[in-house]
Design a protein around this ligand. Structure first.
Ligand SMILES: [Zn+2]
Length: 341
């Protein structure tokens, strides 16, 4: 099984002429829609930016804030799979013995429980099997209660996240499997889940510090967006839905097209190297000052600074702007509110 998958590579293959007929826009009519997420404009915006630039996300908030509900709707606002991506998804499903369902494959969404083993997450074991990172190839990997996953499992996610492929070592040789996925991680704000801000939290400050330190451990430097959310108010819950997945997805597709024109086919802002990032922003003095100010105020590390710049580029792409403005930087800074740095 693994040999078959290893042949897949990360770029996929052209669709065979006898392949299935795909629907016109690749949308999954049965997928949960973003319209179900009432209130939470900040969380919705974070998801839109994440989908537009391929950025990984950490959402910190109490139970009932809509973290899981939001994460499950992320595939519905991502661009439809290209034909070669669809073939990759189908082949992974078929060699794993899973039925891909209807004729049109959609972006996978995987949400493994925090008790999962390292081999279950990244692949391996005996006999060796692809892990969740490969099953979520071209889709979303959702890790709820990030702090409850073993440190070893989280550490093992680093290579897959960085390289879009994972190496599984067998007795005599290593096999490479594709795993280009978007990571969405979620966490309660503290061990009891209510959070200090609620006034109802009875956690010891030291245990809350330890809990938060774990979040900023292994994966911190791979997560571009890190936000805190609260439970929506009763008023928010009763409000009419603001926009559905289809309208958000149209903006995301337009932003991705701008990125592909700049970076090449199949690439997005999350993949940019530092040289590409610095040469793509074209910031004026006001934007540079806003970034320097945010850098000092939020005490950002060098990496944190680059992540804000990367997010600014995506926000500018969502608005169809060639250059990154101070307004784009200001909004990017709000998406780093729960940063480890
Ligand atoms: Zn607490």
């Amino acid at each position: 099984m693994l040999e078959q998958l290893a042949l897949l590579g990360t770029e996929g293959e052209p669709l065979a002429p006898s392949g299935p007929i795909w629907s016109a826009d690749g949308a999954d009519p049965a997928a949960p829609d973003l319209a179900d997420l009432r209130g939470q404009p900040y969380l919705r915006y974070a998801l839109e930016v994440a989908a537009a630039g391929g950025h990984s996300v950490l959402i910190v908030g109490p139970p009932g804030a809509g973290k899981s509900l939001a994460a499950r709707r992320l595939p519905s606002i991502m661009p439809p799979l290209s034909r070669s991506e669809a073939m990759e998804v189908l082949r992974i499903a078929s060699v794993c013995g899973r039925s891909p369902g209807p004729d049109t494959p959609t972006r996978p969404f995987r949400a493994p429980h925090h008790t999962i083993s390292t081999a279950g997450l990244v692949g391996g074991g005996s006999p060796p099997r692809p892990g969740e990172v490969t099953l979520s190839h071209r889709g979303v990997l959702f890790l709820d209660e990030l702090g409850e996953f073993s440190r070893e499992a989280l550490e093992a996610l680093r290579q897959p996240l960085e390289e879009g492929r994972v190496t599984i070592v067998r007795a005599r040789h290593a096999i490479e499997l594709p795993c280009r996925f978007m990571l969405v991680a979620a966490s309660n704000p503290c061990p009891c889940g209510r959070g200090e801000e609620s006034g109802e939290c009875d956690c010891q400050p030291a245990s809350t510090r330890r809990y938060r330190a774990k979040l900023s451990g292994a994966l911190a430097d791979r997560i571009d967006i890190a936000i805190s959310v609260e439970r929506p108010s009763a008023e928010d819950m009763g409000a009419a839905p603001t926009s559905d997945s289809a309208s958000v997805r149209d903006r995301v597709i337009a932003a991705r097209q701008r990125q592909e024109r700049r970076l090449g086919a199949g690439r997005c802002n999350a993949d940019m190297n530092l040289a590409e990032l610095r040469s793509s922003c074209g910031m004026d003095e006001k934007a540079a000052a806003m970034l320097a100010n945010g850098h000092a105020r939020l005490r950002l590390s060098g990496r944190g600074h680059d992540r804000v710049l990367r997010l600014s580029r995506t926000i500018a792409d969502l608005e169809g702007c060639e250059r990154v403005s101070s307004d784009h930087v200001a909004r990017a800074l709000t998406l780093r509110r729960r940063g480890p740095d």
